[in-house]
Design a protein around this ligand. Structure first.
Ligand SMILES: OC[C@H]1O[C@H](O[C@H]2O[C@H](CO)[C@@H](O)[C@H](O)[C@H]2O)[C@H](O)[C@@H](O)[C@@H]1O
Ligand SMILES: [Ca+2]
Length: 728
């Protein structure tokens, strides 16, 4: 059996000769397979067989290919080898012999010979060389799929592209391909793409966009687009000035996209037009701009030099706060009343750091800060989210009825007794309940909490089910503490301690410092458990601290809420409960309790791990100087992603089961995992996982990077005596 993957990968950092564009084997697929590189035109019509390839499983070799092989000449192999490939033919034979489970992927679960032979370019395709193992063969499948997408019939593929170090390859794909594939603008050119919503089960085929009343110019722009491009099947509507829960419920019959910011630009002829301000979507079924996903995506984008996109998302948040009153869970009508974990101040400050020497940067920061303050006052520090007794805040959005965007069967078990009680189908009961034709107080309470769970971003987990709207969570209050300290610092340092709001009110740092101190004291009193050295959520209704141990406790480190002593205790006592082989789990095993037929797995519980949890924990550890622990947990998470990427045809998914050694990308909870649907090649990864990879790599030294590239298991890596170098 050939090895699963070769350990002598080519490092992308090994720079090719810059003067020779053809010699760069690592440019993105769009350039690599562009028309300019099309070799079919350079080939005579009788040369087809020189491009043949063969799956080397003995009997599967066609006589023609055997013939070619016999005629193979000896290649001198001084230059990096290039293969000459007939795209369609090779794809066909590759899938035929190597994709044995017929899922259009080559993975470690396929049982083919794991060897194919390709003809070298220098021998005109006659001299055959073997490619071996899952990783190289799946890279070949991915490259040929892309070449086919770009309309190539024959291509020359550099061996280094197929052998590329997986860490370099994934990072390169994220930077050069995935971000672009996840980028959207809401304007005429791409409306059909962004309007598409697989969560919409209303049964209507029309694309609908809702525009805030004051944005008349946008409204007219979209009306024109609808008229000029009838194939868009676009319906444009104004949003009502007052958005009530009844309106949002009724809109479930005619759901639509919510407009975001637009900007003016000049075309080549100097004419001015409008276009949508770009943003990145998470991927999979999530084809809209999300609240907290955008923050994590922005961190990754900034590392990858895509400041424009990170800035665009801040601009879109300002637009959302201006017109929708909050940063939305995401910009669809059914999300209108819900927010998500607030992270705007940190996001705006980080973008500002990148643009501070540009014209208009201070105005950008000013507008972002004003929006964040508005959000702080009117969303998080107002009824019903603010709890006057503790001085802490809760996720507690308003709403009516059953959320329509979940997978169809999500609430079936909960609603079955009611369907039986009223002798109704699921759809009939949903309609009767949503329109208050039946009264069920238990369900009212259940859905109050369910909405809050979704606002928290942690949909769903046994930590929050049936209680969320009453909880002063450690997550939300840490984030608000960060708002308070960020605003204080920026007002003091950038605005000379006097920031005049658009309404004339003046903000100074002192008041924000006071707020931060008060919140820290309240969190110490209500959330911190001295005995257990961890922050818990606090139930404001029953006035008691919770017992579920959540990775959100790390957020107290990220935000700087923890005292150095608390941080030390937390890392000594609690970190080991979250740290498993593949990274930091969302909740401890102990907190999960019994999962079974009546308590199905929830995606934000043990043993699953999520990028936002890893990223905030990393920065938290960094902030308090725990660099060894930081590198250790970074390695674990990057290993999880890299291993899945190598063994499963380049997969990058929304979340991982951190205890599954072989296939951590398989998470069977709720709507399943996103990013799994790969036809030949993964095209976009998943927003915040892409970001976590790029961020994680910034914490890796070369020793870690090399070990990751060879997929060295964490246990082996850490037991290696060289691991002492991990901190170096
Ligand atoms: O459709 C079900 C739920 O899906 C979203 O939640 C999940 O995806 C989001 C986008 O990546 C992410 O922000 C969230 O943390 C995930 O749990 C959505 O946010 C929920 O409101 C929705 O009900
Ligand atoms: Ca397969």
């Amino acid at each position: 059996m050939p090895p699963k993957f070769s350990s002598h990968y080519v490092d992308t950092n090994e720079k090719p000769n810059e003067n020779d564009r053809d010699s760069d084997p690592f440019v993105n697929a769009k350039s690599y397979y562009s028309k300019d590189t099309d070799i079919s035109t350079r080939l005579g019509s009788g040369r087809g067989r020189t491009l043949s390839t063969s799956a080397e499983s003995g009997s599967s070799l066609t006589p023609e290919l055997k013939n070619i092989r016999r005629r193979g000449s000896l290649d001198e192999h001084k230059e990096p080898r290039k293969f000459l490939v007939d795209v369609e033919k090779t794809l066909h034979s590759l899938l035929e012999s190597e994709d044995t489970d017929r899922n259009m992927q080559i993975t470690i679960e396929d049982t083919g010979p794991k060897v194919v032979s390709l003809g070298s370019a220098s021998s005109g395709g006659y001299r055959l060389y073997e490619l071996r193992g899952t990783y190289q063969l799946s890279n070949l499948l991915q490259e040929l799929t892309l070449a086919k997408d770009f309309g190539r019939r024959y291509v020359m593929i550099d061996e280094r592209r197929l052998n590329e170090n997986p860490v370099s390859r994934l990072s390169r794909l994220i930077k050069g391909t995935f971000w672009d594939a996840l980028t959207r603008r809401i304007d005429a050119s791409t409306l059909d793409v962004i309007c598409h919503d697989t969560k919409d089960r209303s049964g209507h085929s029309v694309n609908r966009i809702y525009v805030p009343k004051p944005e008349k110019e946008q409204y007219e722009y979209y009306c024109r687009a609808a008229k000029e491009r009838p194939y868009l099947n676009l319906q444009v509507e104004y949003l009502p000035e007052a958005i009530t829960k009844e309106w949002v419920r009724d809109a479930n019959q005619k759901p639509g996209l919510l407009a975001l910011a637009m900007e003016r630009y000049k075309d080549d002829e100097g004419e001015t037009h409008l276009r949508g301000v770009p943003f990145v979507v998470p991927g999979g079924r999530f084809n809209e701009m999300y609240g907290w996903d955008s923050y994590f995506e922005a961190l990754g984008l900034l590392i990858d030099g895509r400041v424009d996109l990170a800035k665009g998302m801040v601009e879109n948040f300002i637009f959302e706060i201006t017109y929708y009153g909050k940063i939305l869970n995401a910009n669809r009508t059914y999300y209108l009343l819900r927010s998500q974990p607030p992270l705007l101040t940190d996001m705006a400050i980080r973008v500002y750091e990148h643009i501070k020497n540009e014209e208009g940067s201070k105005d950008f920061l000013y507008r972002a800060l004003c929006a964040a303050m508005k959000e702080y006052y009117t969303v998080w520090m107002s009824s019903p989210r603010y709890d006057t007794k503790t001085g802490l805040s809760r996720y507690r959005p308003d709403g009516l009825g059953i959320p329509p965007e979940t997978e169809a069967s999500h609430f079936e078990q909960l609603l079955r007794p009611y369907m039986e009680k009223y002798n109704m189908t699921l759809d009939e009961f949903t309609e009767a309940y949503n329109y208050q034709k039946v009264q069920e107080p238990f369900l009212d309470d259940y859905f109050l909490h369910d909405r809050a769970v979704r606002e928290s971003g942690h949909d769903t987990t046994y930590r929050l089910e049936k209680v969320c709207a009453d909880l002063a969570t450690v997550d939300l209050n840490s984030l608000l503490y960060k708002y308070e300290t960020d605003i204080s610092r920026v007002v003091l340092e950038i605005f000379n301690d006097k920031l005049v709001l658009p309404d004339g009110n003046v903000e100074t740092s002192a008041i924000w410092d006071r707020r931060a101190r008060a919140r820290r004291a309240a969190m110490e009193k209500y959330n911190w458990s001295e005995a257990e050295s961890i922050w818990y959520d606090y139930d404001t209704k029953f006035e008691k601290r919770g017992t579920y141990q959540s990775a959100t406790a790390f957020w107290a480190l990220w935000a700087g809420v923890a005292t150095p002593r608390q941080a030390a205790r937390f890392i000594e006592v609690s970190l080991p409960k979250f740290e498993v082989s593949g990274g930091i789990v969302a909740g401890t095993k102990e907190s999960l309790g019994q999962v079974g037929l009546h308590n199905p797995s929830r995606q934000w519980d043990y043993p699953n791990g999520w990028s936002p949890q890893q990223i905030l924990a990393w920065y938290g550890l960094l902030r308090y100087g725990y660099e060894d622990e930081l590198r250790r947990v970074v390695y674990r998470w990057l290993y999880t992603i890299t291993k899945s990427f190598v063994d499963f045809n380049g997969v990058v998914v929304e979340k991982y089961d951190l205890t599954r050694a072989v296939d951590p990308h398989r998470v069977e909870a709720e709507y399943g995992n996103q990013g799994l649907d790969i036809q030949g090649v993964a095209r976009e990864g998943f927003g915040w996982v892409n970001a976590s990879y790029e961020i994680g790599l910034t914490f890796c030294n070369s020793h870690m990077r090399r070990a990751l590239g060879a997929c060295t298991e964490p246990a082996i890596f850490f037991s290696d005596k060289k691991q002492q170098e991990i901190g170096s």
